[in-house]
Ligand binder design. Structure first.
Ligand code: GLU
Length: 419
């Protein structure tokens, strides 16, 4: 992957706040508050490995801003997790929840580990211990974790169970992205990719970009990337010409069937080697000549080094933070429409909100209801962002941030600064 470890995502997140603070005229104190996480917890904890030895792991949970409600955000398991990365992701969750106007602040968690080289049992013990270490600061009214990179509904089930065991009763609303049998929501598994596909549809219509019969490249074939490819193919008639995962990319000029690629990945562990496709690198996936590019992997993928080579008309960020600010400027100059992460991947947290609301009421909705409510939220949010972009003559990211930061600032101001 084109990851550049020299770019600190939290510096990016703060630079983005500064751009908007200048634009809407925020004073020093308020501006600084928006650039500082409210609460950070670092935990070091032992996990018994299958060998019988114990290993120490480090985990984080950052609650960035809770002016608009309990904090919300996923937990990521990755060898490169750092506190600054988790801070940035927690800031982005704050803006994301505000863009789609759901009543949450933002948080994020991470554990420095290599889940691909851990057994099911080791992952369960790591998850349960991490969950008990962060238990004092999570809960349905305080901070609600969810899946993120290399965590899934099973991870959430373990967290829900660990938390519930400590409380002495079942607390389904402590996490979202749970299995349906434990109070998960219909449609949550697909929600990030589905929300992204809705936003692409809306933007393409406004921009006169063809999706039906148009070409798409997707970097990253995890939850968000695989679902987005499948829905763009099934529901919007797009031609998926390039796909990749952490092991490499594949290309086929007359289109790949994402269902078949998914089967291949389930069998072999990667999209690489898919029959009939040409092997390409992750960089080449980003630089493919396509109508729509969907970065759906990690942050720092589109940088000043490759921004000039991006040929897509629309870049829809299913990943968090894939484009660095200098690259944003280049893409804007090239008239490439970037649908920013805080909008394009907000479908996940939107259905997480639906899940939490269902858990709290103990009353569950059917899939049609979840998807039609998701569609309404995504279309409304896209229109809100688009309007600010046109009114202020700024790119979509800045527009989304103006909208979000203004909402967070309004909440902070009306609440007042304690004491
Ligand atoms: N990890 C997802 C995100 O980055 C989902 C967070 C959530 O559902 O709380 O948006």
């Amino acid at each position: 992957m084109a990851s550049s470890s020299t770019i600190n995502p939290f510096e990016t997140a703060k630079a983005q706040v500064d751009i908007v603070a200048d634009l809407i005229g925020l004073d020093g104190g308020l501006r600084d508050t928006l650039k500082a996480p409210k609460r950070e917890l670092t935990v070091h904890f032992p996990v018994r490995m299958d060998s019988g030895d114990y290993r120490i792991y480090t985990g984080y949970r950052v609650q960035y801003n809770m002016a608009r409600g309990p904090t919300k955000g996923g937990i990521r398991y990755h060898p490169q997790v750092t506190l600054d990365e988790v801070r940035a992701l927690a800031a982005w969750m704050t803006w994301k929840c505000a863009v789609v106007d759901i009543p949450y602040g933002g948080a994020k968690g991470g554990v420095v580990c290599d889940p691909k080289h851990m057994s099911h049992g080791e992952l369960e013990r790591l998850t349960r211990r991490y969950a008990s270490e962060i238990a004092p600061i999570i809960g349905p009214e305080m901070d609600i974790p969810a899946p993120d990179v290399y965590t899934d509904s099973q991870t959430m089930a373990w967290i829900m169970d660990t938390y519930s065991m400590q409380k002495g009763y079942s607390v389904p609303g402590v996490v979202t992205g749970k299995p349906i049998s434990l109070g998960g929501s219909e449609g949550r598994g697909e929600a990030t990719g589905r929300g992204c596909a809705y936003v692409i549809r809306e933007a393409a219509r406004d921009l006169g970009v063809r999706v039906k019969g148009g070409t798409v490249a997707v970097q990253g074939f995890g939850n968000a990337g695989s679902v987005a490819s499948r829905l763009l193919y099934d529901e919007q008639g797009a031609k998926i010409v390039a796909l990749s995962d952490s092991k490499g990319g594949i290309y086929k000029a007359d289109g790949l069937n994402p269902h078949a690629v998914e089967e291949h990945k389930t069998k072999t562990g990667s999209v690489v080697g898919f029959p009939g496709a040409k092997a390409i690198s992750n960089e080449e996936v980003l630089e493919a000549k396509v109508d729509v590019l969907v970065p759906a992997a990690l942050e720092n993928q589109i940088t000043k080094k490759n921004a000039d080579k991006i040929q897509a008309k629309i870049v829809a960020e299913a990943a968090n933070g894939p484009t660095v600010p200098e690259a944003d400027t280049i893409l804007f100059q090239k008239k490439i429409a970037v649908l920013p992460d805080v909008l394009a991947n907000a479908g996940g947290v939107t259905v997480s909100y639906f899940e939490w609301a269902q858990d709290i009421q103990g009353y569950f909705w059917e899939l049609d209801e979840v998807n039609s409510r998701l569609e309404r939220v995504m279309v409304r949010s896209y229109n809100d962002v688009h309007k600010v972009a046109l009114d202020r003559k700024v790119n979509n990211r800045t527009a989304a941030y103006v909208l979000a930061i203004q909402r967070v600032v309004d909440a902070m101001q009306i609440r007042g600064i304690y004491p």
